[in-house]
Design a protein around this ligand. Structure first.
Ligand code: COA
Length: 142
């Protein structure tokens, strides 16, 4: 049995945990400007938080109404343990349950293999977002 639990909910419900993780990963570690990190989409997105066996938040992501997955982040010391995969599988399951036809995301280039291992495929060319190379990826539910 996995020692991790995943909570799904609104920004009102999960913002404290999501902020804690995104602050550490995107703002501190990746040096993304705070004004780029926080946007109006948070208030209407569905948010996901992975909790460890001590109920501490260790990973997060959000899913928008337009099928876009974003802000996928695992705390540095918890990476490479399958937590990102667990989180994405939950989002994929949720998307299928909601009868969405696809998921899309803007992947940081270093994470392409991570998303490919989940079935996402690259679409189009690389571009810069917040100074970081990205590429669009999509997972179709046939
Ligand atoms: N490059 C290549 N492969 C990667 C990878 C990377 N950066 N990160 C994970 N993988 C692979 C793993 O090797 C693993 O493959 P395996 O099952 O064959 O061993 C698979 O993807 C799942 O890895 P997992 O341990 O679940 O990933 P993780 O918990 O470390 O989470 C990220 C992956 C990308 C979410 C995490 O590295 C992270 O938070 N990075 C900083 C924030 C970030 O860049 N987010 C992505 C924005 S698009």
């Amino acid at each position: 049995m996995t020692p991790f639990m995943i909570r799904t909910g609104s920004w009102d419900e999960l913002q404290n945990d999501a902020k804690l993780i995104r602050e550490q990963v995107f703002i501190q570690e990746q040096q993304i400007a705070a004004e780029d990190e926080w946007d109006a989409e948070d208030a209407i997105a569905l948010h996901f938080i992975v909790l460890d066996d001590q109920h501490q938040p260790i990973a997060t992501a959000r899913l928008l109404n337009n099928n876009s997955v974003g802000r996928v982040a695992v705390l540095k010391e918890y990476r490479g343990k399958g937590i990102g995969r667990l989180l994405m599988l939950e989002i994929i399951q949720q998307a299928k349950h909601q009868q969405r036809e696809f998921l899309k995301l803007s992947a940081q280039v270093h994470a392409i293999a991570f998303y490919e291992s989940l079935g996402f495929k690259v679409q189009g060319d690389e571009y810069l977002d917040c100074g970081i190379p990205h590429v669009d990826m999509r997972l179709l539910f046939a």
